[in-house]
Design a protein around this ligand. Structure first.
Ligand code: SAH
Length: 388
């Protein structure tokens, strides 16, 4: 008779003991005879190891959700797990109405992402296992959030690797195409249906406050998206130039400047590499610069090329700093580790001929928990640097 539990190798079991929730296909000794869903997992000696989400088509076959073999993975289980994730964000509700409510593995809810934009939610079901609990998750989100509407941004490419369709679908209510949200006194329009990620980059919220708090003089926000850093910089700096290659993002940045009654922001639709090169040739100088590029390293193989890209923009930004100028520089490439990021900055500083002081090293905010034993939950790092 076929059994509906999974049997995993000693290597797979060890991964769990060391605090990582994923078991790869190569460590599944006997797959469960079950559709995607929650399955009990045992080792080859028959010991019960807990419950996992089962994704038959994926390289990541099993994602642990509960270490207790006696657990029941039902609607009440999802409600309780989501309640804990919501509770962790309570302090944020005082300062912002846009933040991440569920950060997948970081919240013990593998492959589930939920972002709040004011009275609306954007959800991503990123594995076949989690997709099978869609109804339970929607019911719990509805009850816990009281949100007026929710949208599934199930157009993420990882869904293809799970054998899932890619689409943007309403879950309940009507989610507007533009939602005005506020973060630490700055307002901006997020675009839940069509924007990058789930409509805005929520992970930089506190880093934007940091950069804003030290901004002065002439400021540059490079890779600005809809101007999120620029809006914070413009409250203290004399002038801000925001640069992005996306016409849509720049158009929304213009609306965001109006929304905040800020008239000192100039928007430029351009390639950031070309822009920085041209500013350097023109011998421009800036007191404040922000670099927040997209993930140049999409995988391990592209890391070295990506590092060259990061180094180039950082080197140029360092050269563009006025005496005493500040650079806030970030990377959201998971494959670029914290030590490699710092090493890249050291190399750029050495080539720039400037003496650069590390004033702060930053990471992810409260709503994007980085679990030490699950490296994939951590990807964002940043540095605030001061030139001589
Ligand atoms: N700083 C933003 C997030 C930036 S995400 C915030 O805090 O909200 C990276 C941005 O870089 C995206 O908006 C993308 O459109 C832009 N981008 C990607 N490649 C680019 C390039 N070569 N030149 C300029 N912008 C680019």
């Amino acid at each position: 008779m076929k059994e509906s539990h999974a049997v995993v190798s000693a290597r797979g079991a060890r991964r769990w003991q060391q605090g990582h929730p994923w078991i790869f296909r190569s460590d599944v000794v006997r797959p469960p005879a079950a559709p995607p869903g929650a399955v009990p997992v045992r080792d080859q000696q028959g010991r019960a190891l807990g419950w996992a989400l089962w994704s038959p088509a994926s390289e990541i076959s099993l994602r642990r959700i509960d270490a207790d073999p006696e657990a029941t993975i039902d609607a009440a289980w999802w409600h309780e797990r989501l309640r804990r994730a919501f509770e962790r964000r309570l302090p944020l509700a005082d300062v912002a109405d846009a933040y991440r409510l569920v950060h997948g593995e970081g919240d013990g809810l593998p492959s589930l992402v939920v972002d709040r934009f004011d009275r609306w939610l954007v959800v991503q079901f990123l594995s076949a296992g989690v997709e099978s609990f869609r109804e339970e998750i929607i019911a719990a989100l509805h009850a816990l959030s009281g949100a007026e509407g929710a949208l599934a941004r199930n157009d993420a490419s990882v869904r293809a690797r799970e054998g899932l369709e890619r689409a943007v679908e309403p879950l309940w209510g009507d989610v507007p195409h533009e939602v005005a949200v506020s973060e630490h006194g700055v307002r901006f329009l997020a675009a839940p249906h069509t924007g990058q990620k789930t409509g805005a980059f929520l992970d930089q919220r506190e880093n934007r406050v940091l950069a804003g708090s030290v901004a002065r003089g002439r400021a540059l926000d490079v890779f600005s998206y809809h101007g999120s850093f620029a809006l914070h910089l413009a409250r203290r700096a004399d002038t801000v130039i925001a640069v992005d290659s996306s016409a849509q993002a720049i158009a929304r940045a213009a609306e965001n400047a109006v929304l905040n009654d800020l008239r000192n922001i100039t928007l430029v639709e351009a390639d950031a590499f070309e822009f920085l090169r041209a500013r350097e040739q023109a011998r421009d100088r800036y007191e404040t610069i922000v670099l927040d590029p997209p993930a140049f390293a999409k995988n391990k193989a592209s890391l070295e090329g990506a590092v060259r890209g990061y180094k180039e923009i950082n080197l140029r930004a360092m050269r563009l700093l006025a005496p005493g100028g500040l650079l806030y520089t970030a990377s959201c490439s998971y494959h670029l580790t914290k030590p490699r990021f710092l090493e890249m900055l050291q190399e750029a500083a050495a080539d720039s001929g400037r003496r650069m002081v590390l004033r702060a090293f930053t990471g992810q905010p409260l709503d994007h928990p980085e679990v030490l034993t699950v490296p994939e939950t951590g990807y964002l790092k940043g540095a605030l640097l001061e030139a001589d």
